[in-house]
Design a protein around this ligand. Structure first.
Ligand SMILES: *Cc1c(COP(=O)(O)O)cnc(C)c1O
Length: 386
């Protein structure tokens, strides 16, 4: 019998049985927690962070903001995070040219929490969430936690979604939530506006919400629109974003959603925990948003580095997904775990993820990317694959 949480009590202390079996939910028994290894290595290219430290002007602004709120930490935070949501609205306008009233923006501790809240509000027992694999591995976990059924359909060989088939799947399966990640993790591929429009229209007809997870939106290519542009047309659209990736603030834990209808925000405030966003988080995020320009320069560098790395990988004769994000999925290897280990042995940590035979590397600083290239060359030589 599997008893993940069991320990021996001191038998002398009482007559109760010496082993306590925790009443873990049946569906959680033996399940291990999600997460990429956090290893202390020189070159960390495994969780798609922005590799650059915060610029000095942002550090100064953040420090001052924390100093200002510190005295008031005896009080609970502002529950509705109004100033933060106004700043997020301003940022989205600067980034995507789309004006979204702050009342239609929701913020929480990372877009993971936002998504979890969306499942709490719009999923639940007897309901279905639908997605397209390979994609972000957390979606089935939100579904499990909220007792939502989950179904995933495979993408094509080039990792695109067959839109006609997807619409048919929505019609047949009647999900309440459809999740599309664009640019997608772990493939980096993005969805065009025409395809997104078709999905949204079908979802709306079927009473489904379409969530577009735009965690990597800032890295998209020129000409790839943000789903934010479709908010005014489709009331069933919710776009989620994060400050963890392009914004370079993964440590802050701030994610947000823009919804076509303020009713979404009202519903999310029903399921959120009291005072879910700390005063410190709110102050740090507001300060950083006011300095978003100094972060944009980093994004430009990362995009150039991505394009260069992608071309280099192709030149090595590898299969490479066309990435609009800050990572590249490449392969295929008969033993990807061994390649991963050979890179790690050289101080370069990447990620084993995606379809069989593939590996994913996050874009680092130019120096880190050089180290990755050198390490991969050596690994391929050792494996006799180049
Ligand atoms: C990294 C990532 C997120 C962001 O998570 P946070 O909780 O905001 O740090 C969301 N969706 C996808 C697909 C991601 O890869």
């Amino acid at each position: 019998m599997v008893m993940p949480f069991a320990f021996a009590l001191n038998a002398e202390l009482s007559d109760v049985p010496s082993v306590f079996e925790f009443p873990v939910r049946d569906d959680l028994r033996g399940v291990i927690s999600y997460g990429a290894p956090q290893l202390d290595v020189p070159v960390c290219l495994n969780v798609n962070e922005n590799p650059f430290p915060l610029p000095d002007d942002v550090v100064d602004a953040v420090t001052e903001a924390v100093h200002l709120v510190a005295k008031g930490l005896n009080r609970y935070p502002q529950r509705d995070a109004v100033e933060l949501r106004q700043e997020l609205s301003g940022y989205l306008y600067r980034e995507s040219g789309v004006q979204i009233p702050w009342q239609q923006i929701w913020a929480a501790n990372g877009s993971n929490e936002v998504m979890h809240q969306l499942f709490l509000a719009f999923g639940g027992p007897g309901r279905l969430a639908m997605s397209f694999d390979p994609t972000y591995s957390m979606y089935p976990e939100y579904a499990r936690d909220t007792f939502t059924n989950y179904i995933s359909f495979p993408r094509g060989a080039d990792f695109t979604i067959d839109i006609a088939a997807a619409c048919q799947q929505i019609i047949e399966n009647r999900p309440t939530l459809v999740l599309v990640t664009s640019p997608n993790n772990p493939t980096g591929t993005a969805l065009g506006a025409a395809d997104l429009t078709k999905l949204l229209a079908t979802a709306r007809e079927c009473g489904a919400i379409l969530i577009v997870d735009e965690a990597y939106a800032e890295f998209r290519r020129v000409g790839t629109p943000s789903a934010l542009e479709l908010l005014s047309e489709f009331t069933n659209l919710i776009v989620t974003r994060t400050m963890s990736k392009a914004f370079g603030m993964a440590g802050t834990r701030l994610g947000y959603a823009a919804a076509a209808d303020p009713a979404v925000v009202a519903t999310l405030s029903v399921v959120r925990l009291p005072y879910h966003l700390s005063s410190v988080t709110q102050a740090v995020a507001v300060a950083a948003l006011a300095h978003s320009q100094s972060l944009q320069a980093q994004v430009a560098t990362i995009r150039q580095e991505r394009d260069a790395l992608q071309e280099w990988l192709i030149a090595q004769g590898l299969n490479v997904a066309v990435s609009e994000a800050n990572f590249v999925l490449f392969g295929t290897f008969s033993n990807r775990d061994r390649i991963w280990q050979r890179l790690l042995d050289q101080g370069v940590l990447i990620r084993v993820t995606g379809p069989a035979g593939y590996l994913r590397v996050s874009i680092g600083t130019p120096t880190e990317n050089d180290r990755f290239r050198a390490a991969l060359m050596s690994a391929l030589r050792d494996e006799g694959q180049s």
